[in-house]
Design a binder for this molecule. Structure first.
Ligand code: SF4
Length: 468
């Protein structure tokens, strides 16, 4: 009898092309997602070596990082962004890769378009030259970010050398309280394990709370696996996954759908499979979370106080915390609740999907954004934008005084002109709060769409539960 295996091991084993002692294994890649920032050198490399793209049919490109979120009738004013977009579109034409270009009705953030088109499927290996590729693990895919030279390697060979990761089980059980969401689960996990807690591991998220999440909520969780240091994050597929995928443009159809279902149902972790590491979280005890520092591990429950470096024993950690509080201009021991903010950003591959926009709109409906606050709502893709408009969410945002923008990464990375001024505070639904991430000198507090919307209404950091 074969030994019980985790889903992580099953997907790994099914994609092994070769594994020699002492060397990285060679993995076959089922889906390669490409965007405008990390691909130009890879295409140049192919051209220099006279190589073709091995499987254009397993490759999909989109533009997202630098695309403006102003109306699509306007040209791209930023010369660098315009050149990057034009170059990706030209490279895709030359190498025969399908591309959701700047004017495509399917354009969007790379980790939003894959799932919504049904390109991301259970049991796949998925790579992209972007850190948050772990998002696709919500479908039971082994998905991770790769570097530019690896992008070239996958384009040329559809394979990638990789070292086997350790397995890390994160079990979340219990019912979430009102006002607490998927974003709060992942922020609470990272606050607990730290930004290095998942190093060398692939996380499998399981337990009753994870099972009760929608696919969009599951993607919020897996998206931030990398922020806990993990290589990837996975959730075993179930009926929620199959219902989400059924009928999507690139999902299998007819008899192929039935065959796929049979394969996918064998993916969940076997009874008795062992993990290298395990942790459990009581979902019922969670509060809305918010970060106060300059990495996503510096998070606290919304009603908590900013930690005091003097109480930290480890000298290195103490210095890191002091430096972060200095950058954020926050005082130890003081609450975050009630602190004035300047900007609210709802969007990104973490929280730019329809469910996220619905959550933010549910708080804003019939209310106004505080006049001191600029609120940007940026859908994760053109299809998300159209669906939101069909539901009238855009009207709710506009009536509240928020800006309703075009799809892209926007203020998650501030490469497209959407950015903070030095010293400004932003409550952001994105995934990184590093120094300058949302603009030089800008100060980012990561939170859920519910917390972001409540803070926009009050003009200060707020507990959404007071508005529910
Ligand atoms: S939204 Fe942010 S994290 Fe996601 S792909 Fe774009 S830049 Fe990267």
């Amino acid at each position: 009898m074969t030994r019980p295996r985790t889903i992580i091991e099953k997907v790994w084993d099914a994609h092994l092309v070769s594994e020699q002692p002492g060397a990285p294994a060679l993995l076959y890649i089922d889906l390669h997602l490409v965007h405008e920032v990390t691909s130009p050198q890879a295409f140049d490399g192919l051209r220099r070596r006279g190589l073709k793209v091995r499987r254009p049919d397993l490759t999909q490109a989109t533009v997202d990082h630098g695309t403006p979120t102003t109306p699509r009738t306007l040209p791209i004013l930023d010369q660098v962004a315009a050149a990057q977009v034009a170059r990706l579109e030209a490279n895709c034409r030359e190498f025969g890769i399908p591309c959701f270009g700047f004017l495509s009705d399917k354009q969007g953030v790379v980790h939003v378009i894959g799932p919504e088109q049904g390109l991301t499927q259970p049991g796949m290996t998925v790579v992209c030259g972007d850190s948050h590729t772990a998002t696709h693990g919500a479908f039971g895919a082994l998905a991770f970010g790769i570097g530019t030279s690896e992008v070239e390697m996958v384009l040329a060979t559809q394979c990638l050398p990789q070292r086997r990761s350790k397995t890390f089980k994160v079990e979340v059980n219990g019912a979430l309280k009102p006002g607490v969401s998927a974003k709060d689960i992942i922020l609470a996990l990272i606050a607990r394990i730290g930004v290095g807690g998942g190093t060398g591991c692939v996380i499998e998220y399981c337990g009753s709370t994870i099972r009760a999440l929608s696919m969009e909520e599951r993607m919020t969780v897996t998206n931030m696996s990398i922020e806990g240091g993990a290589r990837a994050g996975m959730i075993a597929p179930d009926n929620v996954t199959y219902q989400y995928l059924h009928g999507r443009p690139f999902a299998p159809q007819g008899a192929a759908w039935e065959a796929a279902l049979e394969r996918w149902r064998r993916l969940p972790t076997d009874e008795g499979a062992a993990y290298d590491k395990e942790i459990s979280i009581d979902a019922a005890a969670l509060e809305p979370m918010i970060t106060f520092g300059t990495n996503p591990g510096m998070g606290i429950p919304i009603s908590g106080a900013v930690p005091d470096p003097a109480a930290v024993a480890d000298p290195l950690e103490r210095e890191t915390l002091s430096k972060a509080l200095k950058y954020m201009a926050l005082e130890p021991g003081k609450p975050l609740l009630g602190r004035p903010i300047d900007v609210v950003f709802v969007g990104s591959c973490t929280n730019g999907r329809l469910a996220d926009l619905r959550a933010a709109a549910s708080v804003l409906k019939g209310r106004k954004v505080n006049p001191r606050v600029r609120m940007l709502v940026v859908p994760g893709s053109q299809p998300v934008k159209r669906q939101a408009e069909a539901e009238g969410l855009d009207e709710i945002f506009r009536a509240a005084g928020a800006e309703w923008r075009e799809a892209g990464c926007s203020m998650c990375i501030a490469m497209n002109g959407d950015q903070l001024e030095p010293g400004q505070y932003s409550v952001s639904t994105s995934n990184r709060n590093f120094e300058g991430r949302q603009g030089k000198g800008g100060r980012t507090l990561l939170a859920s769409p519910l917390t972001a919307a409540a803070s926009a209404v009050n003009g200060v950091i707020s507990d959404v539960r007071t508005l529910l």
